[in-house]
Structure formats: C-alpha cells, structure tokens
Design a protein around this ligand. Sequence first.
Ligand code: IFM
Length: 469
Amino acid sequence: MTTDDFRESGLRFPEGFTFGSATAAYQIEGAVAEDGRGPSIWDAFSHTPGKVLNGDTGDVADDFYHRVDEDLDLIKSLGLGAYRLSIAWPRIIPAGTGEVNEAGLKFYERVIDGLIARDIEPVVTLYHWDLPQPLQDRGGWTVRETGYAFAEYARVVGERLGDRVGVWTTLNEPWCAAYLGYASGEHAPGIRDEEAALKAVHHLNLAHGLAVSALREVVTKPDAKYSVTNNLASVYAADPQNPEDVDAKRQIEALRNRAFTDPQLRGFYPQDLIEDTRHITDWSFVRDGDLELIHQPIDLVGINYYNTDTVRRGAEHSTEGTPFPGATRVEWVDQPGPFTEMGWNIAPQGLYDLLVATHEAYPEYDLVITENGAAFADEVVVEGGEKRVHDPLRIDFLQRHFVAAHRAIRAGVPLTGYFVWSLMDNFEWAFGYSKRFGLVYVDYETQERIAKDSARWYAKLAGSGIIPE
Ligand code: IFM
C-alpha cells in the first residue's frame, strides 16, 4: 500500500454520477411489533442478554416508521439524488413464507412514493440481515429452502413496487450474514459452526440468483437495474515479496471476496477456496445446477468499503469462533492509524485499490460504492441558540474517500455512484447505539435530528458535483 493523504478539493465528478446515502430497515425503523410485522433474527438476538452492547435493541431505533415524511424531507434538504433503503422481510411475509402482510407493502409503497415525489431515486435492498425468525427456526441460511423463500419474498415485493423502483439489490454484505452470523456468532443468529457458515455462503448466493430471476419476471419498470452488494476486503500481503504472505492474502481474498463474487458474477466457486476449506466441509451442499441459478445477469456491483486488512503467513491454529473458517495459517498485522471509533483504520488508498482490482477482475460490470462512512464520537453544541455537531474528522474521512473514488474513475473504473453510510445515526448491530455513523445526529431520547457539519459538506458536493474544501 502506498501512502498518500488523498487531501484534495475541487475535483468534479462526471455528469450523472449518483450521490446518495444509505440506511437499513432494522437499524432505523423501530415499530418492530406494529402492523403485522413478524419477529426477525435480530429481534431475538438483540433481546438475548449479552449479545448487544448495553442491551440495546432495534425496538425503537430512529423511529423512522413513524417519521417517514420528516426523514424524507431531511434527505431532500441535503440535495441527495438517491436513497438506499432496505425492506424488512418480516414486514412483508411475517412467517418467512406464506401469508403476505398488506400493511407492510403499503408502508414501503409510501416510502418509495415519497422519495419519487421528492425526486430522490429509491435504491432498494431486499436483505439487510433481518431474516424472519420462523425461517431461522427451520435452519436459516444453512438450508436451501431459505433461498427459495427469499425468491418468493422478492417476487412479492417486485410485483408491488416493480413499476417504480429503478435499482434492486438482492443482498447486503452476505459475508457478514454468513460468517458473523454462523461462524463467529457476533451477529444474529449467533451460531458458531464453521461448516454452517459455508453452507450459509452458498445459500445466500443461491438466494441472490433466485431473487434476480424472480424480480426479472415481475418488475415492469423498463430500465430497472439489478445488483448485489458485497463488503469486499482490500487485503495486502505484509511482505509482497514473500510468497507465503502472498498466499495468506490469496486465502483471505478467496474467503472474503471470491466466495461471493465468483459464483455471483462468473458462475463458479474458486477451486482454492474449496481446497482451503476441505477440512471443514466437502461442499456437497452445492447441488448440480446451483451455479447456473446463482449466476444471473446483473447490471451493477455494489461495494461496501470501510478499511483494510494486512495479513502474513502464521502458525497453524484453529479458526473456530472466528469469521474466517479455514484460514488456518493466516495472521493479521496491526494496521497503521488513524482509526475511527470502530477501531477501523482510515485508508482511502484501500478504496482506490479495491475499485481498480474489482474492475480488473470483473470488467463488464458498473460499480457503485453502496456504503462508505465513519463512526466518530460526535457531540452536540449550542451556538447562537442553534444546536450544531462539528465533525471535522468525518468531513476529512469523506473528502479523502471521495478523492480516492474520483481517482479510480480517472483510472478507468466505471463507478457510477457513491452512498454515504449513513443518513443518520442508528442501531449499529452488536455495538447498539454506541457508534454514530450518521451525517445527521439523532438524539435517541427525543428523536430530534440535527444535521452535522458533514451533512452540510456533503450537500455541497451533491449539489455541485465538486469535492468541497
Ligand atoms: O452499519 C453497518 C451496515 O449495516 C452494514 N455495513 C457496515 C455498516 C457499519 O458497520
């Protein structure tokens, strides 16, 4: 990795480049027991003592469910062209399969219509981790039936919203759903079983392909685009001249990236991944014909990027309880700072390298940064009777990552949009409400929204297409 501070302003993005922000249903909506919504694995997990910091849950979150108009006005006030939201499967089909909940469809219809009325493009993700609990009770992502249930849910949503939603994303970060959910147990459903995690990888990939096919059958918007979002890792070898370290990097890239992108975009599982994980599974859960089902034509590849990994060859060790099943001789090297409140290193070069590498590997796809952003310890101050949140670290973070994206475009990467994570502070999974990623501050006591300085900075970028000071 080369060092470069990426501090630059005045760069102009191409005409038509999308500036958006992103959220996810369980992180903002609240209203978990209203209007027929069924329980999800995150309701069960967050209500299990010891799983989420401070015992926080998504029961209320940002109360978006009751504040739709106010929050859509907020997006409008920032001048953003697009908003990436996720739909809660348990609001649409509360038991996971079977009966459809009309109130759930009506809710999202209202959100989508509200966005369109404000001239904000809705970008819809179908799965951002809130699996209906009844499906988990039948095996969750370790069984293929969940993939078929997901396709059915995609069809129901596509039938209702397919005349107006222009961009469909099947899954958000299947890496997290599979490895954090089933290998390390840090996320719902909290399982620690390495083979189960690899089964989950496959059934999530299967769900993606089946959902794209189902959507294509029912969506009527002529120019609708289909996509999937992966949180691809930007991985470096500690010593790029050392073949052992380079091999450690290969292993992690196979598990983190190619386990998803190769089947989704190429129609095969990497042979090295299968070899590396032989001691955990024989992969017999991949049935004949599955890869054709997974490998559906899509238009966009979404990338979520936050930080980098550097690895080297290490001693033999067990990977049980880690989110890296099979990575037995890999050691992580401490990254240089600075760091965000998550402890993640700030590395815009990693974003540039990832965009270029993904384009080189899959050149026929347009790329979108579907998430990038940072948590910092924000504080509200009162100045001249007005509440303000000064967040220079977030502005600096965003500026340097937008510069990285701009450089990638100049290097030939077909990058068409950038969604900042997140529109507003929200439920940060196992960290509860302790980490603030928002452009907009949320006072969880009163639900007051306060635009941070970074929101004003981003509004300038979105309005002009030029990276501000
Ligand atoms: O909050 C999450 C989001 O749900 C998925 N991507 C990473 C974000 C920050 O951790």
